[in-house]
Design a protein around this ligand. Structure first.
Ligand code: GDP
Ligand code: MG
Length: 467
């Protein structure tokens, strides 16, 4: 068990109705009791677990009251960290929070490191590592859907799936090992083909899980979408229309947008970071040139590019330059200004060379924008029936959103492939068993049964202090 008691401000710093100083550890209760004054004479040591007590935090040295508070005493083991936890709910200003934190630190607590409460929850066995990681994802979730996926992981959805797969690997491995311990003078019999079949199936299930990453990471980290095109085709108008507000300056003068503007948009639960860029064209004007350079970087950076052309004018060489740039990206080509007469009926067909995803829109009237949003989602959610969102509520719908997990799963698949090759080419079974155990360890790294301090430090340093 950990010896020291940690404390931190667990609410964001700034003005708020309530702020919380949290303590965890053996002395959480005694430290707080020493600073607590109840008008009714209640003693913190005597209060029931998980109940709030009203009173004051008082500096025992000066005898002055610091703040009026509600204190929650939560006794081990039914707490976030599995240790005694005390939460002091005070007024949510910087001053009371800092003073109370200082007081508990002066009276025996140590300032918590980032993520240390959650780290203790992991070390105490309350949650596994993938669940601890889901805590940050939940804190950072930007849409309901990203939140749902994080909560599913926090509730053990992914852990359960990984644990069941590990159990299957472990029993296949045990099965193989029974064939190893044969007396020296006898020929090692080959294990039955059913083991090979089972290892193949496990590998297949792991690959399916790994495949959820491509979509899953977009729901966690957001999808980067860049709007690009030559000047004056309606890029900024499209950004504004998608956001339903006048974020970007729209003018008739080409070259108005110089910088890349970024905004968040929620498209049916998919967090989308949308970037309006400077029109791409040859120019000698310094600021505009830098703008064009940034537009090109935005293209490189984007997961999906929306290329805009103006449907009321013939394609020119500037359009072609832009279209050539996005040819090799995942793209949607929007022929804008559909509210006006078209210049060229063959435009749609000609765009087919640059993208298999072409549609007409009007940033002015909103025509086609619903369809555009659908296509943005379709471009990353591969199979809408069985994709991330299709899997909601089916129980088996664990989604991999974390690159660390994805790498571990892929490594496990690699180890199982080697085991399969070993069985097929009748290698000594010890070697096959080593690969199987490697697969087990790789998956163990996801839930934290096999881990190092390095990995833990890296994961928990991403947290804020107080979580
Ligand atoms: N009629 C019509 N005009 C549009 C549409 N979208 C943009 N415009 C006009 O086209 C001009 C350039 O728009 P802007 O969004 O600044 O283009 P950008 O340079 O690509 O960012 C402005 O005068 C807009 O009002 C549209 O869908 N229909
Ligand atoms: Mg613009």
């Amino acid at each position: 068990m950990l010896e020291d008691t940690i404390a931190a401000i667990s609410t964001p710093l700034g003005e708020g109705g309530i702020g919380i100083v949290r303590l965890s550890g053996k002395e959480a209760l005694s430290i707080t009791a020493n600073l607590f004054l109840s008008p009714k004479g209640a003693r913190l040591e005597d209060v029931e677990s998980h109940k709030l007590v009203y009173g004051f935090v008082r500096d025992p040295e000066s005898g002055t009251n610091i703040d009026e508070v509600l204190i929650a005493v939560m006794r081990a083991p039914h707490t976030y960290t599995r240790e005694d936890v005390v939460e002091i709910n005070c007024h949510g200003g910087i001053l009371p929070l800092r003073k109370i934190l200082e007081l508990v630190l002066r009276n025996g607590a140590r300032l918590a490191e980032p993520g240390e409460f959650t780290r203790r929850a992991f070390l105490g066995g309350r949650i596994d590592l993938s669940q601890a990681e889901a805590v940050i994802d939940l804190i950072r979730a930007k849409t309901g859907e990203s939140g749902r996926i994080a909560l599913e992981q926090l509730s053990g959805g992914l852990s359960g799936r990984i644990t069941r797969l590990r159990d299957r690997i472990a029993s296949s491995c045990a099965h193989i090992e029974t064939y190893i311990d044969f007396p020296e003078d006898e020929i090692e019999p080959a294990p039955p083909g059913s083991i090979l079949e089972e290892i193949r199936n496990i590998g297949k299930d792991l690959s399916d899980l790994s495949d959820t990453f491509e979509e899953g990471r977009f729901f966690r980290d957001g999808l980067k979408v860049a709007i690009v095109g030559r000047p004056n085709v309606g890029k900024s108008s499209l950004l504004n229309a998608l956001l339903n507000r006048d974020r970007a300056i729209v003018t008739d003068a080409p070259g108005t947008t110089r910088d890349v503007l970024e905004e968040y948009l929620n498209i049916k639960g998919l967090p989308v970071r949308i970037m309006d860029t400077a029109g791409i064209r040859e120019t000698h004007e310094m600021a505009e040139r830098e703008g064009v350079a940034r537009s090109l970087r935005a293209i490189a950076d984007a997961d999906v590019v929306i290329g805009i052309v103006d449907g009321t004018s013939a394609l020119n060489s500037e359009d072609i330059t832009v279209l050539d740039r996005i040819k090799n990206k995942k793209s949607i080509i929007a022929i804008n200004k559909s509210d006006l007469p078209f210049a060229d009926d063959s435009l749609e067909r000609r765009m087919g060379v640059y993208s298999d995803n072409v549609l007409r829109i009007s940033a002015k009237t909103g025509d086609g924008l619903g369809e555009l949003k659908e296509r943005i989602i379709d471009s990353v959610v591969r199979n809408r029936g069985s994709g991330v969102r299709g899997s909601c509520g089916e129980g088996g719908g664990a989604v991999v959103t974390n690159v660390r997990h994805k790498i571990a799963i892929d490594n496990a698949v690699g180890a199982l492939d080697k085991a399969i090759d070993g069985l097929k080419s009748a290698l000594p079974l010890e070697i096959v068993a080593v690969e199987m155990r490697d697969a087990l360890d790789r998956l163990g790294g996801i839930v934290g049964t096999v881990t190092t301090d390095d990995i833990l430090n890296r994961i928990f340093s991403e947290f804020c202090i107080g979580k």
